[in-house]
Design a protein around this ligand. Structure first.
Ligand SMILES: NC(=O)c1ccc[n+]([C@@H]2O[C@H](COP(=O)([O-])OP(=O)(O)OC[C@H]3O[C@@H](n4cnc5c(N)ncnc54)[C@H](OP(=O)(O)O)[C@@H]3O)[C@@H](O)[C@H]2O)c1
Length: 437
């Protein structure tokens, strides 16, 4: 039997402790599958005395994760601390420079430093595996990096944040407010005490940035992503979407256009009949469109200790199975030095359908005024519906418009015009519609 693969794990929280438990519980099966044992030979966390639900007595303890990363007694360094700088960056860099393979679940780190870290890994001839960083347990990285070789991707989109999908699913199914669903998500452990990062879309953006690089062979550019979260989605939007045959999802979308690559994260209307609209609760999904394969959709658990550990252990097993001296494929599908600069398509040029919900004064001429602003901006309407006077008796009416394909610039200008005309009693709501089968 070949020598054991020695693992050092930094971070023994939700994911790290699950990884240690899976490696211990499935040791015999993994040995059979990989042709060699995998042993946890060193660990690091902040609190040495905390019970991690697994016996780590045989592993060497490190207070300093960077010292663990540099240790000559490990073959693979597994980073499960989190954060885009600080100890996570320091120890991943140190491990790669020391010639160790690295496995990480850290999307924030990769979104910010992924290309630089890939350059080190490729220079050192070691692997940097990160399956768990995007959509948790869904094997989307391997699928895009390995199984789709030769395909040219035109669009990648996904439901990449379980917290947001859970909130939107319950709002629709039970008619509850955003705030009530968020509170429940926090109570059930699906949302952090400070949920901003999830609900305002940054977490989705980090994952999308990684997928964009894999899809289009460009450098990661998380800062270029157009970002809108779900905190201003109301029951009025959810109900109107349902009446029109749509469901609202927080999507991350990257599309190759004639002027560059569009990367956007925003609440999106997808046809209720589409496959992605059937992805409910905390489940994640990623759809990829290519010239050879057509459209692929993978869906499954996007977070949680076990699902994420499944992806991390898969990455470790790949390393255990690889042969010494074997030339590994590049981290982001193309050599890091050959990744193209990211060419951003301006959001104002985005073309698509739009849902616009306006709360207007209930008076003569408003409906015609709204329609005129749309026509003046060459926006052709699929439907325009005026709902009767509001039950609150506040003199308001709701106008709901669905446009045919138009541009973001035209919609912004038309809505600005309606606002300037003094017709609005509340902030206008604009939600993009995404084509989906
Ligand atoms: N949770 C998920 O469902 C999930 C899903 C996909 C990806 N991820 C990613 O996986 C990573 C870990 O997430 P998590 O949820 O497991 O986080 P977590 O539960 O907060 O665990 C973080 C761990 O890092 C340790 N740590 C913090 N600072 C440290 C330092 N300076 N030196 C050594 N150890 C340190 C903590 O030690 P103590 O335990 O002693 O405090 C803890 O064990 C993150 O990058 C996250 O984005 C998580």
């Amino acid at each position: 039997m070949a020598e054991a693969l020695r693992i050092g794990i930094a971070g023994l929280g939700t994911v790290g402790a699950s990884v240690a438990r899976v490696l211990s519980a499935k040791a015999a099966e993994l040995t059979r599958q990989c042709g060699r044992p995998i042993t946890v030979s060193a660990v690091s966390a902040r609190d040495r005395n905390r019970d991690r639900g697994v016996d780590l007595g045989a592993a060497q303890w490190f207070d300093d994760p960077v010292a663990l990363a540099k240790s000559a007694d490990i073959d693979v360094f597994v980073e499960l601390i989190g954060g885009d700088d600080g100890p996570a960056l320091a120890c991943v860099k140190a491990a790669l420079e020391a010639g160790h393979h690295v496995v990480t679940a850290n999307k924030a780190l990769l979104a910010k430093h992924g290309v630089a870290l890939a350059e080190i890994a490729e220079r050192k001839g070691v692997l940097l595996n990160y399956e768990a960083a995007v959509a948790g347990g869904i094997p989307i990285i391997k699928t895009m990096r390995e199984a789709m070789a030769g395909n040219t991707v035109s669009r990648v989109l996904g439901i990449l944040n379980g917290t947001c999908n859970y909130i939107l699913t319950r709002m629709e199914a039970e008619g509850l407010s955003f705030d009530a669903c968020l509170k429940d998500a926090q109570r059930l452990g699906y949302a952090e005490a400070d949920p901003t990062f999830d609900i305002e879309g940054q977490d989705t953006a980090h994952k999308l940035a990684i997928l964009t690089s894999l899809a289009f062979g460009c450098k990661i550019s998380a800062d270029s992503i157009y970002l809108e979260g779900i905190s201003n989605i109301s029951q009025a939007d959810i109900r109107a979407a349902g009446e029109l045959g749509y469901r609202i999802k927080l999507l991350g979308v990257a599309v190759q256009t004639e002027t560059g690559i569009e990367q956007r994260v925003h609440p999106t209307m997808v046809p209720t009949s589409s496959v992605i609209a059937q992805v409910h609760g905390v489940t994640n999904a990623v759809a990829v469109e290519t010239d050879i394969l057509g459209e692929l959709l993978l869906s499954g658990p996007g977070a949680g200790g076990n699902a994420t550990a499944s992806a991390v252990v898969g990455d470790i097993a790949d390393i255990a199975k690889s042969r010494p001296g074997f030339q590994h494929g590049p981290v982001f599908g193309r050599p890091a030095k050959e990744l193209k600069p990211y060419k951003k398509a301006q959001m104002r040029s985005h073309a698509g359908g739009y849902f616009i919900r306006l709360t207007v004064h209930d008076r003569v001429g408003v409906f015609a005024g709204v329609a005129k602003r749309m026509a003046d901006n060459d926006i052709s309407l699929e439907s325009i519906v005026q709902h009767g006077s509001s039950a609150e008796g506040d003199g308001s009416k709701t106008v709901i418009l669905v446009t045919h394909e138009t541009t973001e610039a035209a919609v912004r200008k038309a809505v600005e015009g309606v606002t300037k005309d003094g017709h609005l009693m509340d902030k206008p709501q604009v939600i993009r519609i995404e084509r989906a089968d």
